[in-house]
Structures are given as structure tokens and as C-alpha cells.
Design a protein around this ligand. Structure first.
Ligand code: GDP
Ligand code: IMO
Ligand code: MG
Length: 424
């Protein structure tokens, strides 16, 4: 069974935890878009791992992990993550493969990401992770990117880098008044990664094709979330890749005919980190309450996450875009103890009711959520193992989400550990 796991909100839904749970029944786990802007948390026993680039399946011995062509790789971040895993006793060599076609992040990408964000101060910052993601994808599309496989041929690599650096230095010095980069230094730095990085590479699209033909089960690990998708998200407050289902196909080089299921992950409420419209964002003390209870601080940047009520309008949009066949609802435990819980089932704009997500930022910031209010539950649910043990009001909340999303809920997560997962 080949499954794609997609974040159906603004990222940080708990994909890392669910991948870790589903990886047990998969053979190969694939990351296909984004880069080390992602932060996927996995906890078991006394251990806590935050993975940025390497698929969360790596924590299961014997599983093969793939970083597909659609991912952008910062070599330093990659080596650091490999080192962290090896230090923790996780064997990586021989079971992690990187696509030769994946684009590499260079220091000028990070520098431009930062400069662009700073130059927009007080106007339109995106609130990026400053990992160089946007500038790297921009270069890919502008056909000015440098791929991991280019390191195979040092002379060719140097020619590409020399060509790119000429333009970057113009940008850095003339537009941003920053220092130019040294070609010699950068070329030496990246060629020093050559052997270490190439040792991990292969034709990952072919590898996945052959694995599927041999009956292996592939699990695709999405990064970010549908509302951060560059096409289908809250543009321009998005990331620079396709975090929705199409990204899995393009970013891994696997045909859609090989996919059996698409699973959506959402929190029982909503969070977002960085700037951009967020119709159900809390005001007042609820923000602090849920942020503290849910430990809503970014896994990659440590920034406090913005929190709000569950927004069925955006999630229904994600259900449709991705063809989600089932949902995992995360962090239901965080809502315990509230007198009431709310769900936005539509928006109101200029007196008109909108049932579908409006694409334009102009419209979204003018939307007021139309809420439905339900009774909360007071019981601690972190030990619940079966549907029948959930408090009545928690069951009603879940059933209402199912109705609104017209999609069955198959997993409910009641805590961050592996065993705090209820299968329905
Ligand atoms: P990802 O980017 O989608 O993988 O999500 P993150 O790892 O960035 O953020 C999710 C956070 O919620 C992590 O700190 C997880 O340990 C935590 N988490 C996941 N599921 C649950 C849950 O059901 N309950 C609680 N309380 N925490 C959870
Ligand atoms: P995971 O995989 C939440 C957000 C950033 C910013 C916008 C653009 O852990 O769910 P970028 O650095 O990508 O150019 O930033 O996207 N963002 C995320 N938010 N979870 C993520 O990943 C994110 N990756 C990027 O905060 O608003
Ligand atoms: Mg995250």
C-alpha cells in the first residue's frame, strides 16, 4: 500500500508523529518537497527527535528512507542531521538515499532570504525560516540551480557555480549593498562535500519504481501543509514548494497510478507560524492558554506559533485539493478542560456567506469566521486507547468534524508519544 501523508493546515500538524506511527507498516519513507524549513517531531520512550531533512521513518531500524528530487538540500544541515542520528545510535548509511536531481541550498540563498525579509521590515515580511528555501526554489525555476548530482563532475560544477555567482554578486552588492561572495571559497567548500554527499545518492525515482514493483510499501512524508502550498495556499504567505498532493508525484518521480491512499493530518485546532491571514486566530487569553498547553513553539525556529479555532473552511479546501480519503486528528488532548470549543464552518465577507476558501489575500483578510459552538469536555484524555473511552463531548466534536469535512477520521492523537494514538 503506497500512502501519501499531507498536512492539511499551515504545517506543524503532527506529521512527524504520524509518519513514525505509520512507518511500522511501510518499507520505504520518502520526503519529496521543502527542505530544512520543516521540523518533524518524533517522541518515544524518553527520546525526542526533531527531523528537518531526513524522513521521520529513519528512526525505525531496517526501513529505507529517500530524499526525493523535489527537496532542497542544505549540505551542512544534512550532515549535521546524519551526525545527530548516528550519535543517537541510529544507523543511517546504506538505508538513506538522496536524489541526484535535488537542488542544493548555497550560502547565498540563505543570505538573500534574510536580506529580502529584512528589507521588507514593517511592510510585507513573510516570516520565513531564513533557511534559503525560497531563493533556492526560485533558482531552480529560473534554471540557475545547482543539483547534488552536479558534484559528480567537478569541472562542470565549477562552471555552473561561476555562472550563478556572477549574478548573485550583482544582486548582493548592487541591490542589497552586501559583500560579494568568493567563488574560490564556495567552490572549495562544496567540492569538499562531494564524496560524503555522493555516497548517499542514487536515481531515487528508479529506486522507488522498482521498490513498488517488488511489492514494497511506500510512505510519502509531506512537509509544511496545504495552506502553505505555493499554488493552493495563502499566497504570498506560503513556502516555495508544492506541499499539496501533486508535490509528492513531481518531487519523487513516482506516477500517481502507484498511489493507493492520501491521508490528511490536522490539529484539533489551528496554528500558523510566520505572517499571513489566519481567520480563526485567537484573541486575548485563549492564545496564551492554547500556546502553552499545546507547547506551540516552532520546531525549527523556536518562534511562538499563532493559535486559533479549527477552521473547517481551509481543511475542506485541503480535502478537495488533495483528495484526502481519511484524516488523522492531532492534539485533541490540548482542548480538554475548555467550557466550549468552536469550529469555523464558513466565512462572512461584506455581509456575504462564503462556504469555500477564497484564494485572494485581499479577500481572506476581510473574512470573519462563522462559528459553531459546542460543549467542551473536562476529562484528561491522554490515556484514552479506544473510541468508547472518549468523553461524550469529545466524540461529538470528532463526529462533527467528520460531517463538516465529509471524510472519515481514522486516527486520533491524544499525546505526543507513539502509544498515545487511537485508531478508529
Ligand atoms: P510536524 O511538522 O507536522 O511534524 O509537527 P511538529 O513536530 O512541528 O509539531 C507538532 C508538535 O506537537 C510536536 O511537538 C509533537 O511532539 C506534538 N504532538 C504531536 N501529536 C500530539 C498530540 O496528540 N498531543 C500533544 N499534546 N502533542 C502532540
Ligand atoms: P513542517 O514540515 C510550519 C512557514 C514559515 C513561513 C513560510 C515560508 O514542520 O510542518 P520558508 O522558510 O519555507 O520560505 O517560510 O512557511 N513554514 C512552516 N510553518 N511548518 C513548517 O514545516 C514550515 N515550513 C515553512 O514559517 O511562514
Ligand atoms: Mg513542524
Amino acid at each position: 500500500m503506497n500512502r501519501i501523508l499531507i498536512g492539511a493546515q499551515w504545517g506543524d500538524e503532527g506529521k512527524g508523529k504520524i509518519i513514525d506511527v505509520l512507518a511500522r507498516k511501510s518499507n520505504v519513507i520518502v520526503r519529496y518537497q521543502g527542505g530544512n524549513n520543516a521540523g518533524h517531531t518524533v517522541k518515544f520512550g524518553k527520546k525526542k527527535f526533531i527531523l528537518h531533512l531526513i524522513p521521520s521513518g529513519i528512526l525505525h531500524p531496517g526501513k529505507v528512507c529517500v530524499i526525493g528530487n523535489g527537496v532542497v538540500i542544505d549540505p551542512e544541515a544534512f550532515f549535521q542531521e546524519v551526525k545527530m542520528l548516528e550519535k543517537e545510535g541510529v544507523k543511517v548509511k546504506g538505508r538513506l538515499f538522496v536524489s541526484e536531481q535535488a537542488h542544493m541550498i548555497f550560502p547565498y540563498h540563505r543570505q538573500l532570504d534574510r536580506l529580502k525579509e529584512e528589507s521588507h521590515k514593517n511592510k510585507k515580511t513573510i516570516g520565513t525560516t531564513k533557511k534559503g528555501i525560497g531563493p533556492c526554489y526560485a533558482d531552480k525555476m529560473a534554471r540557475m540551480g545547482i543539483r547534488v548530482g552536479d558534484l559528480k563532475y567537478p569541472q562542470y560544477f565549477k562552471e555552473r557555480l561561476a555562472y550563478v555567482i556572477r549574478e548573485k554578486n550583482e544582486l548582493l552588492t548592487k541591490i542589497y549593498g552586501d559583500a560579494p561572495l568568493s567563488f574560490a571559497k564556495l567552490s572549495k567548500q562544496y567540492l569538499s562535500y562531494r564524496k560524503r554527499l555522493l555516497d548517499f545518492t542514487c536515481n531515487t525515482s528508479l529506486y522507488l519504481y522498482e521498490a513498488a514493483r517488488r511489492g514494497k510499501d511506500i510512505l510519502f512524508e509531506g512537509a509544511q501543509g496545504t495552506l502553505l502550498d505555493v499554488d493552493h495556499g495563502t499566497y504570498p504567505f506560503v513556502t516555495s514548494s508544492n506541499a499539496s498532493v501533486g508535490g509528492a508525484i513531481i518531487g519523487s518521480g513516482v506516477s500517481p497510478t502507484l498511489i493507493d491512499r492520501v491521508i490528511g493530518v490536522v490539529k484539533a485546532y489551528t496554528t500558523r507560524v510566520g505572517e499571513g491571514p489566519f481567520p480563526t486566530e485567537f484573541e486575548g487569553p485563549m492564545m496564551e492558554l492554547i500556546r502553552n498547553k499545546g507547547e506551540e513553539f516552532g520546531s525549527t525556529t523556536g518562534r511562538p506559533r499563532r493559535c486559533g479555532w479549527f477552521d473547517a473552511v481551509i481543511v475542506k479546501h485541503a480535502v478537495r485539493i488533495n483528495g484526502l480519503g481519511e484524516m488523522a486528528i492531532m492534539k485533541l488532548d490540548v482542548l480538554s478542560g475548555l467550557p466550549e470549543v468552536k469550529i469555523a464552518k464558513a466565512y462572512k465577507m461584506n455581509g456575504k456567506i462564503l462556504k469555500n476558501y477564497p484564494h485572494s489575500e485581499y479577500e481572506l483578510v476581510r473574512c470573519e469566521p462563522v462559528y459553531e459552538t459546542m460543549k467542551g469536555w473536562q476529562e484528561d484524555i491522554t490515556g484514552v486507547k479506544k473510541w468508547k473511552d472518549f468523553p461524550v463531548n469529545a466524540k461529538k466534536y470528532l463526529r462533527r468534524l467528520e460531517d463538516l469535512l465529509e471524510t472519515p477520521i481514522k486516527i486520533v492523537s491524544v499525546g505526543s508519544k507513539r502509544d498515545q494514538t487511537v485508531f478508529l
